[in-house]
Design a binder for this molecule. Structure first.
Ligand code: G6P
Length: 497
C-alpha cells in the first residue's frame, strides 16, 4: 500500500489525552516513578511523538502537591513503547482534585460514558459537573498552548498538528484554536472519539450539547470509528446548530470553515500480539474447552447478559457440562463511580449462583477473575481458548475481538463471537454475530461456535486475521494523518529538506 514510505506527520505533533501514556506513582521511598501503559493507542502514537519533535499533554494519574516536581525518566529496563518518551516531551496537566473528581468521575464517566453508549437511564446530569468539565478542558487547553508556544515556529504546510483524544476533551479545541489565533501560530487541529457518537435523539438529552458540538467543530477534522457515528455527529450539527452539512462527503460548515468528518476504525498492534502468543507459555491446564471473555468491568460490556446466556447454554445443551468452561476476566475500572460498584456486586452474586447450580466435584462452569492479567498471560488465554466471546451492549470499537484473532495461531483455530452493537461487529464479517439482549439466541450462537466444523473455523479465522493484520494500529495512525492532510512520504520529506 502507498503508506509504506510514510515517515512522519508534517511538522511536529502534540497529542492531548486525559491520561498520559504512563501513570506516575510514588514508590516506598516517596520517589515518583513511571508505570507504563500497554494500550494499542500508546503503541501507535508514541513513536510519532518520540521520533518527531512532538509532545504529549495529559493527566499523570496522580495529583502532585508540588506542581513543579520533575517528571521522572523511564526505568532503564523499560521495554514498552513509551520508554523513549523523555520527560521533556511530556506536559503533565495538574487540576485541583475536587475539580478533577467532578470532571472525571462526574461528567466524563457518570454522564458522557452512559449517554454516548445510548444508556441515558444510567446518566446523571449535573450543572456542577458540567462546570468542572469546562474548567478541566480549559486547563488542558492552557497546557496545550504552552506546549505549542514552546515548539519552533514552522511555515507553509509544515505546521504543528494537535491531536485531541476522546470524550474527556470535547471542548478543549475551542480554546486552543482561539489561543493559537491570538498568538499568530499556525496549527492543525484533529479530534478522535474512541467511543460511539450517539444518535441525535439521545444526544439532545444533554442540556449543554451545543457547546460540545462547537468544541469538536473547532477542529479541522473529527474522526470516529465507523460511518454510523460520523452520520450521527453530522446530524446533530445540522439539527442542533443549523450547520450546512454534506452527508455524502461528510463535511460540516462551521464558523466559515469546512470541517471534515471521517470514519477511521482503530486497529491493534497485530504483530506484537502474534509475537506474544508465540512466546507465551501454556497457562490453561485443562481438557475442557474455554469460552473466553475479557473486559473492563463496565455495564456497557453486557457481562450480566453473557453469564445468563452461558447458563442457558448449559440448560439447553447439557452435553457441554463438564466439557466447557467460561473464563471471564473482569478488569477493575472506575471504582469510584456507583454504577460500577453495583455491577461488581451483581456479577459476584451471579457467578456464585450459576456456579452453585452446576458445579460438580471436577468442574465449575465459570472461572471468574476480577483483576488484571499480564500481557503474556492474556495472549496465552486468547491463543488457547475455543471461543472468544465479545458481546457488549454497546462499544465504540472493542479491541479484545481484534486481539483474540491476532493470537489465534493454533491449528485448527477457535471461533470469534461478536456483538453487532460494537464497532468491531461492523467490519469483522466472518465472526459469528450475536445479539446479547436475546439470551436464548445468544446461547445458541455459543453452541454453534462450540460445534463448528474445523474447515469452517479455519476459513473464517483466516479472513479475520488477514484483515486485522492489514488494518493494524499503524495503518490507523497513518489514516488519521492522511485525513488531516499531514501525511508525508519519504519523497515529500526529501523535498522539504
Ligand atoms: C475507554 C476510553 C478511554 C479510557 C479507557 C479506560 O476505552 O475510550 O479513553 O482511557 O476506556 O478508562 P479510564 O477511565 O480508566 O481511563
Amino acid at each position: 500500500n502507498n503508506f509504506d514510505n510514510v515517515v512522519s506527520s508534517s511538522g511536529s505533533m502534540i497529542v492531548v489525552s486525559n491520561r498520559l501514556p504512563f501513570v506516575l506513582q510514588r514508590n516506598a521511598e516517596g520517589k515518583l516513578v513511571r508505570k507504563a501503559s500497554a494500550g494499542g493507542l500508546v503503541t501507535a502514537v508514541a513513536p510519532v511523538v518520540i521520533n518527531g519533535s512532538g509532545l504529549w499533554v495529559g493527566w499523570p494519574g496522580l495529583h502532585l502537591a508540588n506542581p513543579n516536581e520533575p517528571i521522572p525518566e523511564s526505568d532503564p529496563d523499560d521495554i514498552t513503547p513509551t520508554a523513549g518518551l523523555r520527560s521533556e516531551k511530556v506536559v503533565a496537566v495538574q487540576i485541583d482534585p475536587v475539580v478533577f473528581d467532578s470532571y472525571y468521575n462526574g461528567c466524563c464517566n457518570a454522564t458522557f460514558w452512559p449517554l454516548f453508549h445510548s444508556m441515558p437511564d444510567r446518566a446523571t446530569f449535573k450543572r456542577e459537573h458540567w462546570h468542572n468539565y469546562t474548567t478541566a478542558n480549559k486547563e488542558f487547553a492552557n497546557c496545550t498552548m504552552k506546549a505549542l508556544t514552546s515548539l519552533p515556529r514552522r511555515t507553509g504546510n509544515d505546521v504543528p498538528l494537535i491531536w485531541i483524544h476522546d470524550y474527556h476533551l470535547m471542548l478543549a479545541a475551542n480554546w486552543v484554536r482561539q489561543g493559537a489565533e491570538e498568538e499568530g501560530i499556525m496549527c492543525k487541529l484533529g479530534f478522535f472519539l474512541h467511543i460511539p457518537f450517539p444518535p441525535w435523539d439521545i444526544f439532545r438529552l444533554f442540556p449543554w450539547g451545543d457547546e460540545i458540538l462547537q468544541g469538536m467543530l473547532a477542529c479541522d477534522m473529527v474522526g470516529f470509528h465507523i460511518t454510523d457515528y460520523c452520520l450521527n455527529f453530522v446530524d446533530c450539527c445540522q439539527r442542533n446548530l443549523g450547520c450546512r452539512v454534506d452527508r455524502k462527503n461528510l463535511l460540516v460548515e462551521h464558523g466559515g470553515r469546512s470541517v471534515r468528518v471521517r470514519p477511521l476504525p482503530i486497529g491493534i498492534p497485530f504483530e506484537r500480539f502474534v509475537e506474544l502468543s508465540e512466546k507465551a507459555p501454556k497457562v490453561l491446564s485443562t481438557n475442557q474447552k474455554i469460552v473466553l471473555g475479557v473486559d473492563r468491568l463496565d455495564y456497557t460490556k453486557g457481562l450480566v447478559h453473557r453469564l445468563l446466556a452461558f447458563e442457558k447454554l448449559l440448560e439447553n445443551h447439557p452435553q457441554h457440562k463438564e466439557n466447557v468452561s467460561l473464563l471471564q476476566i473482569s478488569v477493575p475500572s472506575r471504582t469510584d463511580v456507583k454504577e460500577y460498584q453495583e455491577l461488581k456486586e451483581e456479577m459476584d452474586q451471579l457467578v456464585g449462583r450459576i456456579n452453585g447450580k452446576f458445579t460438580t466435584p471436577n468442574w465449575s462452569p465459570i472461572r471468574y477473575i476480577y483483576g488484571c492479567v499480564s500481557q503474556d498471560e492474556l495472549a496465552a488465554f486468547y491463543r488457547d481458548s475455543a471461543v472468544g466471546l465479545v458481546t457488549p451492549l454497546r462499544d465504540g470499537m472493542n479491541l479484545v475481538a481484534k486481539e483474540f484473532v491476532a493470537c489465534q495461531i493454533n491449528t485448527p483455530p477457535g471461533v470469534l463471537i461478536v456483538s453487532p452493537f460494537a464497532g468491531a461487529g461492523e467490519t469483522m464479517h466472518e465472526a459469528l454475530i450475536c445479539n446479547p439482549y436475546e439470551i436464548n439466541d445468544a446461547s445458541e450462537v455459543i453452541h454453534r461456535a462450540l460445534t463448528m466444523p474445523e474447515d469452517e473455523r479455519i476459513l473464517r479465522m483466516n479472513y479475520l486475521r488477514r484483515r486485522e493484520k492489514l488494518n493494524d494500529v499503524n495503518y490507523w495512525t497513518k489514516s488519521f494523518l492522511s485525513a488531516m492532510g499531514s501525511l508525508l512520504t519519504q519523497e515529500d520529506h526529501d523535498d522539504i529538506g
